[in-house]
Design a protein around this ligand. Structure first.
Ligand code: COD
Ligand code: ZN
Length: 379
């Protein structure tokens, strides 16, 4: 009497239209096809990027859609050909696939996979499964997947190459944050920027991603970490996690980058943008020191034209880097789970709220009002 091979009816949060609250609906989740896995989601965090595609400013979203890309769960059933996981395994779905065969997967230089690098906007292009169909229907309509994950559903179907199998004793209500927020920020600092002991750092944007970047800078041994946000309510937590100074650009009488340059005798060694937008990107570049300043971009502001930069900034020895999911992949995320279990970092500080899944709109409101870092939704 199991569910294997059958359609599962369950609850999911559907974004029918941009700019509207999500609707908790009954959906049908089809069984997994070849190289697909059906996962029962146990917990999921809400990340800012979930809200980007339903912003009325964003053109090109695939709607209706089931959002969510920071989840953790248990394998319910697997389709033909799946060998990396089995029913009952604990897993974290990852929005960057890992086929382990392509030139990107075989390179130590990136966490990307050929399957992630093809489209114009890879982040929103995993809206359907490999056969170009969806596994979700609601009220007779096909519903799009999101980031290849769609964690805001009690059951979802993902490709086997989008799954990290994790330890059986992992706490899913915390390690769900390794599906995006923590890994993205922490990895930006330690994998992409490779922050060095004794260095000076600036982190722009103190959401779940930016605070995780601060944890990364501190873990790497930075001696000074300057935390920047336009919402000063974010400062106590940033300080608790390792920030040595906090700046609110709205409260300064000159550009924040000028203040940072003055504070650090010429600029920081490492700057990480975890807010996004041309203004923050410019400040990220200009607050780094000439000679060796390294800027790492994480944020993308969808309604924005991006960075305009003078060649002088680079000729003077600065380096610009970008990162997606902090350099982690399906092989390294299980190691992050072990690091968490072994107390290498704490995830509790990022979880400001825990709510039942059907209160997801409350979680969205908290994020939009700047009152939450991460709300973990319990399914
Ligand atoms: N200067 C300083 N801080 C700012 C500014 C600014 N001009 N504008 C906004 N902020 C602050 C906000 O007050 C907020 O505290 C913080 O920046 C952002 O935090 P959150 O909680 O809204 O967002 P996060 O941490 O969940 O996500 C941040 C990202 C930058 C990752 C996200 O917004 C993004 O750009 N996503 C697109 C890239 C992407 O999709 N990556 C992959 C999946 S995340
Ligand atoms: Zn995210």
């Amino acid at each position: 009497m199991g569910t294997k091979g059958k359609v599962i009816k369950c609850k999911a949060a559907i974004a029918w239209e941009a700019g509207k609250p999500l609707c908790i609906e009954e959906v049908e989740v089809a069984p997994p096809k070849a190289h697909e896995v059906r996962v029962q989601i146990i917990a999921a965090g809400l990340c800012r990027s979930d809200t980007h595609v339903i912003s009325p400013k964003f053109e090109g979203a695939f709607l209706p859609v089931i959002l969510g890309h920071e989840g953790a769960g248990i394998v319910e059933s697997v389709g033909p050909g799946v060998t990396n996981v089995k029913p009952g395994d604990k897993v974290i779905p990852l929005y960057i696939p890992h086929c382990r065969k392509c030139k990107f997967c075989l390179s130590p230089l990136t966490n990307f996979c050929e399957k992630f690098c093809k489209g114009k906007n890879p982040l929103i292009e995993q809206e359907l499964m490999e056969d170009k169909t969806s596994r979700f229907t609601c009220k007779g309509k096909s519903i799009y997947h999101f980031f290849g994950i769609s964690a805001f559903s009690q059951y979802t179907v993902v490709k086997d190459i989008n799954l990290a199998k994790i330890d059986d004793d992992a706490n899913l209500e915390r390690v769900c944050l390794l599906g995006c927020g923590f890994s993205t920020g922490y990895g930006a600092a330690i994998n992409t920027a490779k922050v060095t002991p004794g260095s000076t750092c600036a982190v722009f944007g103190l959401g779940g991603v930016g605070l995780s970047a601060i944890i990364g800078c501190k873990t790497a041994g930075a001696s000074r970490i300057i935390a920047i946000d336009i919402n000063s309510d974010k400062f106590p937590k940033a300080k608790a996690l390792g920030a040595t100074d906090c700046l609110n650009p709205k409260e300064l009488n000159k550009p924040v980058q000028d203040v940072i340059v003055e504070m650090t005798n010429g600029g920081v060694d490492f700057a990480i943008d975890c807010a996004g937008g041309s203004e923050v990107m410019k400040a990220t570049v200009e607050c780094t020191t000439v000679g060796w300043g390294l800027c790492t971009f994480v944020g993308v502001n969808l309604a924005d034209k991006g960075l305009a930069i003078s060649p002088m900034e680079l000729i003077m020895g600065r380096t610009l880097k970008g990162t997606n999911f902090g350099g982690w992949d399906a092989e390294t995320v299980p190691k992050l789970v072990s690091d968490y279990k072994n107390g290498k970092f704490d995830l509790d500080a990022l979880v400001t709220h825990t709510l039942p899944f059907d209160k997801i709109n409350e979680a969205l409101n908290l994020l939009n009002q700047g009152k939450s870092i991460r709300t973990v939704l319990i399914f």
